[in-house]
Write a protein that binds this ligand. Structure first.
Ligand code: CA
Length: 222
């Protein structure tokens, strides 16, 4: 079942396409919705559309495809701050993500970063609504549970489910941005099933060398 309110399904056309930039690394897309812009310029995934105003009933919906089982970083710019308008501090975000890798995603993690590559700390004003957060703020149609880690960084990991290759998963989060910096980052990382620990190698003990000064473990037969 979708995590989207029914109204969001009617909004099929992006509110605005800000730019399609052709660079050496490929074609980057940036879309505006809900007072923010969203860009795939850092690569690893493709952003296809952005709609909605960011309210709980009309969330910003991002449609995207991820090609690897590796972190893919979305660049978010606060257009109010860029344009000098009153600050919008909170928006509801739904991501509709298609798995274009050949592996099953067994978990999916989001992390907010104020500076690229650095975790957002507890007191920096950027968070997954760390204050007054309630269970329904975070949801997925593909994962039954989520683990929220708000200290010392801002991370949410969706678990107990999966997204098959060429299937799509939806994820809802609420982002609070009260920072004076117009740009921040949302790292999204599909995860594989853990390979688990190797079985205990107890049978190897029988051939382990004896410790120093220990009577030989293999006395002569005579
Ligand atoms: Ca934070």
């Amino acid at each position: 079942m979708s995590v989207l309110p029914s109204k969001a399904y009617r909004a099929g056309i992006p509110a605005a396409v800000i730019a399609l930039v052709v660079s050496g690394a490929g074609r980057a897309a940036e879309f505006a919705a809900g007072g923010f812009s969203f860009s795939d310029e850092l690569g690893g995934f493709r952003l296809l559309a952005a709609t909605g105003s960011g309210t709980p009933g009309d969330p910003v919906v991002l449609v995207e495809e991820i090609y690897d089982v590796a972190p893919a970083t979305l660049v978010i710019r606060n257009l109010d701050l860029v344009a000098g308008r009153p600050l919008q501090t909170q928006f509801t975000l739904v991501k509709h993500v298609t798995n274009r890798s050949v592996r099953v995603w067994a978990a999916f993690e989001f992390e907010l970063q104020e500076a690229e590559g650095k975790p957002s700390v507890y007191s920096d004003g950027l968070s997954f609504k760390q204050f007054a957060s309630i269970d329904s703020d975070v949801a997925s149609d593909s994962f039954a549970k989520n683990e929220r880690d708000f200290e010392p960084y801002d991370r949410i990991q969706f678990i107990d489910g999966h997204v098959d290759p060429d299937a799509a998963g939806e994820f809802k989060v609420i982002i609070t941005d009260a920072t004076p910096i117009p740009q921040f980052y949302l790292v999204q990382e599909p995860k594989l099933l853990s390979a688990g620990l190797p079985p205990a190698r107890r049978h190897f003990a029988a051939v382990a060398p004896p410790p120093p000064n220990h009577p030989t473990a293999f006395p002569d037969a005579d």
